[in-house]
Every structure is written in structure tokens, then in C-alpha cells.
Design a protein around this ligand. Sequence first.
Ligand code: RP5
Length: 162
Amino acid sequence: MKKIAVIMGSDSDLPVVKKAIDVLESFSVPYEVHVYSAHRTPNEAADFARNARKNGFGAIIAAAGMAAHLAGAFAANTTLPVVGIPVLSGNLGGLDALLSTVQMPTGIPVATVAVNGAANAALLCIEMLAISDDTLAKKLEEKRAADSAAVLEKDKHILEKL
Ligand code: RP5
């Protein structure tokens, strides 16, 4: 199975990114976690992105806050799918990172999830791998069913309570 690269702009992003790691773990999808910054380590970030396909990766998650160019910088250097997580950091409530991540020019796409939407970033990558992996597709269906059952259980409790 292809690996998922999980990149964060700073180790201060880890509490958010951990939710993506937990999802990848729960699906037994192989991954590698790195700290690379578009601004502080531009050469290392570019090297990683350029070699990611030949190093066995299938998709890249890039999480960053503030002027969050990380996902775009990765996307500029690979044709693997890049999923951006705008991280809430600094004083602008995550809007800075959201716009920096989502507003990519035509030709260099970044699939952007919600601010701090790390779990969805992992799920989106798993859905990409599941295009050619029936076992993974079945696990995704099972998770959807479990999530539905959990909501219906909550509905039952609310009905009983109120
Ligand atoms: C971004 O700046 C990082 O992704 C992080 O969200 C933010 C702050 O980084 P630190 O100053 O905590 O290293 O590049």
C-alpha cells in the first residue's frame, strides 16, 4: 500500500495533526510524519515533495498556520494529491491559514479541509487509496455505518431526556 506523508509547518501544529495520525492508524494505513516549513526550510520541503512519489507515497497531507504556504509549496513540487489543513494559529482565527491554503492558482491544486480539519484530511487520503483497494473501501463503509449508528444512538438519548 502507498504511504501517506503527514507534514506540519511546526511541531506546534502537532496537537491538530495528531487527529490525522490517529485516523491513519485506525485504518492501518502506513504513514510518515515530518516537520518542514515552506518558509524556514524551503529546500528540504521541496526535496521531500519532489521525491515523494518515488519514495512510495500516494498522497501528502500538509498542515500549517498563519501565512500557510506549506501545502501550496508541496503541490508545486509534486503531482501527487496534496491535502491542506489550515491550522488555527496566531490572531486571525485561522482565516489567514484557510485563505493561504485554499486560494491556489489554476494548475496547482490543493484539496483544502476545514480549519483544524485534520481527521477529514486523513479520511480524504484514505478515500484516494481506496479507489484501488477494496479492503480499504470496505473499512470506509464500516466507519460510515458506525458513525451513523453513533448519531442515531444520540438521537435516542435526546428523545428519552427531553
Ligand atoms: C506556521 O507558523 C506553522 O505551521 C505554525 O502553525 C505557525 C507557528 O509556528 P511556530 O512559531 O509555533 O513554530 O509556519
